[in-house]
Design a protein around this ligand. Structure first.
Ligand code: NAP
Length: 495
């Protein structure tokens, strides 16, 4: 019998008002139902927003250090439940256990960072241009935060948003991805166990159209933080723009790793295997393109294909597995579509390129790690996000061409250059149009205390992580205190 999950609305665990449910199955084994979840709609969403609004006044007036103390308890509870919930995440969305542990650890790190931020939330004091007057700025909460998250980081991404939102004094309505509702429910349980006031956190399961859209449009929701595809991001941006809502968008990527002729090739090989096939290529920062200097192109390609051939597909819970399943059928179809496009465009399918059906793999969404060679910059497989275990290899003659090819996409999230030449490295840091550039590291692997996000169509300029996300979830307020006892007119009386 599958576990039955509920929404958390207005301080209570409840079914969807309409009584409907949906199942979530393990992508590595369709026979296993991970859970049954409420298929909610606008009525549930409206109740959640009303509760969050009601809770706002008390929560915003709770001292920020006290909010930080609750975040410390969140981190402590997360530490205790790490193994149990990492395993649940692997069953729910497929990535290998080492990676779901990493995803979960990022949540723990984010909780402890938030805890410390409760005693900072710095404002400024600035000298006044007038005598006997005091100027200061401070950070204020904004109101009800709508949080919409994707499935590929079921724990880390919700914590990146919900923890700073709450720490800043906002209340939350959380709509997780339909592929990972169990992990989202566990996160809300942890927040409640740690002492977040029940009405301050609301969880509504259901589809993007039935729950996500009304959340964006709701007049009582003050800000939206969204991570997902650029396609949905554009809809959210235009809808929320109608009410001038504050919106943070973290969207797609088409990330590349450059390997220069002076690079340490073994190191670069480890980087691209991890970057391209970690999380089965389903990371926003996944290495989707490999840009090789012509002098090392043939040698490196041989090393690459040899390693890719040895990658073991399987259930992410098994120690022997290197690469887990793709998350669902629709994602498999997208991968198949792009593999066809690549072949039609004239790229060479060097390895992979098909669904894996051997033995137990036949019961899940498995796709063989795939490499295209002879890819040129104008091909669609060199420019569009695929979000699966597919790597496109391009050849370049020098550092300038390498960076130009890397920049030749609408996205700008992560990037990497392997080189021993400091001049190449700093040129990459300066000229690559991405929010993140690694030197001698893979395109994946963000640290929780560093700003995270992208340029161009990867987002709208906000950043998650680190100190910057607190700027998104709070409003700057300025106060002037005049203790001169007379009317003082700025820009007039002192000039
Ligand atoms: P998605 O299809 O855009 O869905 C993301 C979330 O939005 C889900 O909760 C989804 O609900 C919801 N949603 C869908 N349509 C909606 C609508 N019309 N209105 C409101 N909400 C809606 O993306 P995904 O497939 O889950 O995730 C993969 C994408 O996320 C990739 O493009 C990847 O690059 C990107 N991503 C970006 C970052 C980053 O930080 N830049 C990080 C991770 C992932 P349902 O699940 O119910 O459909």
């Amino acid at each position: 019998m599958a576990d039955k999950y509920q929404n958390f609305i207005n301080g209570e665990w409840v079914d969807a008002a309409g009584g409907e449910t949906f199942e979530n199955r393990n992508p590595a084994n369709w026979d296993e139902v991970v859970g049954v979840f409420p298929k909610s709609g606008e009525e549930d969403l409206n109740a959640a927003v009303a509760a969050a609004r009601e809770a706002y006044d008390e929560w915003r007036l709770t001292p920020a250090p006290e909010r930080g103390n609750i975040m410390k308890r969140v981190g402590d509870i997360m530490v205790q439940r790490k193994e149990e919930l990492s395993r649940l995440m692997t069953r729910e969305m497929g990535k290998v256990l080492a990676e779901t542990r990493g995803d979960y650890q990022e949540g723990i790190d984010t909780a402890y960072y938030a805890s410390g931020e409760g005693r900072r939330l710095f404002g400024h004091t600035v000298p006044s241009e007038l005598p006997n007057k005091f100027n200061m700025s401070m950070r204020m909460p904004i109101g009800v935060a709508g949080i919409i998250t994707p499935w590929n980081f079921p724990m880390a991404i919700p914590t990146w948003k919900i923890f700073p939102a709450l720490l800043c004094g906002n209340t939350v309505v959380f709509k997780p991805a339909s592929d990972v509702p169990a992990t989202a429910t566990k996160l809300v349980e942890i927040l409640l166990d740690a002492g977040i006031p029940p009405k301050a956190i609301n969880l509504v399961h259901g589809s993007g159209s039935k729950v996500g859209t009304p959340l964006i449009k709701h007049p009582d929701v003050d800000l939206i933080s969204f991570t997902g595809s650029s396609e949905v991001g554009k809809i959210i941006s235009s809808e929320s723009g109608k009410d001038l809502k504050r919106v943070s968008l973290e969207l797609g990527g088409k990330n590349a790793q450059i390997v220069m002729d002076d690079a340490k090739l073994d190191l670069a090989l480890d980087g691209v295997i991890w970057g391209a096939f970690g999380t089965t290529g389903q990371r926003c920062t996944a290495t989707s393109r490999l840009i090789l200097h012509e002098k090392i192109h043939d040698e490196f390609l041989e090393m690459l294909l040899d390693r890719v051939a040895k990658l073991r597909l399987g259930d992410g819970l098994l120690e022997s597995t290197d690469v887990g399943p793709v998350v669902n059928e629709s994602q498999i179809k997208t991968v198949e579509y792009y593999v066809n496009v690549g072949q039609q465009e004239g790229a060479k399918l060097a390895i992979g390129g098909e669904v894996a059906k051997d033995g137990d793999l036949a019961k899940g969404w498995f796709y063989k790690p795939t490499v295209f060679t002879r890819v040129t910059p104008e091909m669609r497989i060199a420019k569009e996000e695929i979000f699966g275990p597919v790597l496109s290899v391009l050849k370049v003659k020098d550092v300038k061409e390498a960076i130009d090819v890397l920049n030749n996409t609408e996205y700008g999230l992560s990037s990497s250059m392997y080189t021993q030449d400091i001049n190449n490295a700093f040129r990459a840091i300066r000229d690559i149009q991405c929010g993140i550039t690694y030197i001698n590291g893979a395109t994946i692997g963000a640290e929780a205390h560093m700003p995270f996000g992208g340029m161009k169509n990867t987002g709208n300029g906000h950043r998650e992580g680190g100190w910057t996300v607190y700027e998104f979830f709070s409003e700057v307020k300025v106060a002037y205190v005049d203790f001169s006892g007379k009317l003082q007119r700025a820009q007039i009386d002192n000039y």
